[in-house]
Design a protein around this ligand. Structure first.
Ligand code: ZN
Length: 301
């Protein structure tokens, strides 16, 4: 019993010490749009940042609206790390009008976003259709899912470290050390994924919402989405998809927790495939990428 109390005591004290900002400094309040970005910013900012996430787990980031409490929290923040997802635009404008001190950092700077490829939608896969010219409701013209590709995360990390160093120049060395460690981890991850998929060039996997396109690009895979430009497919398109999946021996359909799986489920039943989770908003980004990569590896056809 005594030992137990001591452990509790140590935990309380330990936590208190851990949570306290380093001597002579305050934690800087920063915001990010989605959970994986929290992983990136904390990997570099360590104990000097207090990261708030706008889109709660389980929510669909592409049609997100901040709550009044979040608007308030945003107004106390120093930095907003944006991704360039169209959902950010409307209210970031509003926020920067009320909080002049909020620096909006575009972590997507330097990344060439690709158009949401209509060819990734199975119904259009065999026809070469013209590129999208009208922004769609969910994503705009460009694919926003840049946080799921390790090489693109390296670029986002550069923008994050630069912003943190500008905001807290005294901690430059600390951020720089963390940045280098993080980049080394990403390089290692990227190398292991290139090895994993080295014999799989142009192999395909089917997914409900097309969030793994940049990941697929990085490792020469093909993502085929059930959703077409953010919308559920029509009966005719589903029929085409089923035909295609049967012809290619597809045995898995990837689904994300924040999207309804009803349609994916009925397609899976039809082609005798299983639904496999591919979370694109996991908090432990590194572990999640590895887990999804190994599921994709097994499903490739
Ligand atoms: Zn998405």
């Amino acid at each position: 019993m005594k030992k137990f109390s001591f452990i509790i005591f140590s935990l309380v004290i330990g936590t208190a010490i851990f949570l306290r900002p380093a001597a002579g400094s305050e934690k800087t309040l920063v915001c990010v749009s989605i959970l994986p970005q929290k992983y990136f910013v904390e990997s570099i900012g360590g104990g000097f940042v207090d990261v708030s996430v706008m889109v709660s787990p389980g929510a669909n980031p592409h049609d997100y609206e901040p709550t009044p409490a979040q608007m308030k929290m945003l107004s106390a923040s120093k930095i907003y790390f944006a991704l360039g997802d169209p959902f950010e635009d409307a209210w970031l404008k509003k926020i920067s009008a009320t909080n002049q001190n909020l620096k909006i950092i575009h972590t997507e700077d330097g990344i060439l976003k690709k158009p949401i490829d209509r060819h990734e939608s199975i119904a259009l896969y065999d026809k070469k259709t013209e590129p999208i010219s009208q922004p769609d409701h969910d994503h705009g013209i460009y694919d926003p899912h840049i946080w799921l590709s390790p090489p693109l995360v390296m670029l986002q990390a550069r923008n994050i470290v630069a912003a943190l160093e500008r905001e807290m120049p005294d901690q430059r060395e600390f951020f720089e050390t963390n940045y280098q460690r993080f980049i080394n981890q990403l390089v290692e991850l990227d190398a292991s994924l290139r090895l994993l998929f080295k014999d799989d060039a142009n192999k395909q996997f089917i997914i409900f919402h097309p969030s793994w396109g940049y990941f697929a690009d990085a490792y020469n895979l093909k993502q085929i989405a059930i959703e077409i430009e953010g919308k559920e497919p029509k009966a005719k398109e589903i029929a085409q998809l089923i035909q295609y999946a049967k012809a290619h021996g597809i045995s898995a359909i990837f689904v994300q927790p924040q999207f309804s799986t009803k349609q994916a489920d009925s397609i899976a039943k039809e082609i005798n495939a299983k639904l496999v989770p591919a979370n694109d908003l996991a908090e432990n980004w590194m572990e999640n990428i590895k887990a999804v990569a190994s599921s994709i590896k097994q499903a490739l056809r």
